[in-house]
Design a protein around this ligand. Structure first.
Ligand code: PMP
Length: 336
């Protein structure tokens, strides 16, 4: 389809985004993600640009006025960044912060101090760097729930109807970087500040079918293929079971060993990002070198936390998990 999309004679990379050929690409992408995530009728699905990072600003600009307050629960560096950006646009109430737990656990929802007048409550459902994930999203506020799902969307079923806004950069489970999925409940479309840029204004983009300007056509197309792949695999519940199994195997191996450690509270361990350390940190470099030699790539932990991290998005097959565990066992035998 790269040189000849749908027998149109146009290649995917040259076809006009205003052409009927491309229109069918975006229509099917939207229809598929709606099906995969069971998105209710009263939600718009937008395909925007600027990554999840631009949504850190787009959310307050679309949902609030400068004098308003919003609640943020900070459970790692991404939700902290979201709160930091939002502070430029409104009053941020940090309802709970995991820093005194070293971001290794989610503060007990019973202790969250939400503001009665908050316009929304923001959560990062999966913290990509520290590896903390909400397995049960608590109901603690009447304000709409706004969720950064960048590193968890499409990893398991979600109940979209619990959220006001869901946003996610594409580059984990959706497709190539460059496109950002935003799912917005219709009643929240018309609250934007007058100065909100059109390309991040939810109402403008909903009315323009996410094409008030030229969209990232290739990323959008591939995202549609990924949604189709999920359907062919049996749907999001099948993917969810697979991810539960994949992550469970790694955590079980780490917990069974005194050589490897994962510090995260088992109640909120991420299914997508598994940080781990060695009991002998001086072996980190050896571990990374030898794992690379075994074709196990990208295991270096994020610079903020060090150690190792296995990011096991949907594209990582179960055989990849098995290969990692085999290597970890052998490494422990040699060096433990
Ligand atoms: N939120 C989370 C949870 C992320 O993992 C990331 C990227 N790793 C971002 C936000 C920022 O996303 P982007 O690079 O698409 O702006």
């Amino acid at each position: 389809e790269l040189p000849n999309l749908d027998e149109s004679g146009f290649g995917l990379l040259e076809v006009s985004h205003r052409s009927p050929t491309f229109q069918s690409v975006i229509d099917s992408a939207e229809e598929r993600i709606r099906r995969v995530l069971s998105v209710p009728e009263d939600y718009e699905v937008l395909f925007l640009q600027g990554g999840a990072t631009l949504q850190f600003a787009a959310v307050p600009l679309n949902l609030t006025d400068p004098a308003d307050t919003a609640d943020y629960v900070t459970t790692g560096n991404w939700s902290k960044k979201a709160a930091g950006e939002a502070k430029r646009y409104l009053n941020v109430n940090v309802a709970a912060d995991g820093s005194n737990l070293h971001y290794e656990a989610i503060p007990d929802p019973a202790t969250w101090r939400v503001n009665d007048d908050a316009k929304y409550l923001h959560l990062a459902i999966n913290e990509t760097v520290v590896g903390v994930e909400f397995h049960d999203v608590p109901s603690v506020s009447n304000a709409p729930l706004v969720a950064d799902m960048s590193s968890t969307i499409l990893s398991r079923p979600i109940d979209v109807s619990r959220y006001g806004v869901i946003y996610a950069g594409a580059q984990k489970n959706i497709g190539p970087a460059g496109i950002t999925v935003v799912i917005v409940r219709e009643d929240l479309l018309d609250r934007a500040r007058q100065e909100t840029p059109a390309v991040i204004n939810y109402r403008v983009m909903a009315d323009a079918e996410s094409m008030s300007n030229t969209p990232p056509t290739f990323a959008w197309y591939v995202a549609g293929l990924v949604f189709e792949w999920i359907m062919k695999e049996g749907g999001i519940a099948v993917i969810g079971e697979r991810n539960r199994r994949k992550a469970g195997k790694i955590y079980a191996a780490i917990d069974a060993s005194s050589f490897y450690n994962n510090p995260i509270d088992p109640a909120c361990r991420s299914w997508m990002n598994i940080p781990f350390t060695l009991s002998a940190p001086e072996l980190d470099a050896v571990f990374l070198r030898e794992s690379e030699e075994a074709d196990l790539l990208n295991l270096k932990g994020h610079r903020l936390v060090g150690g190792m991290r296995a990011s096991i998005y949907n594209a990582m097959p179960e055989a990849g998990i098995d290969a990692l565990l085999k290597f970890m066992t052998e490494f422990e035998t040699r060096h433990g």
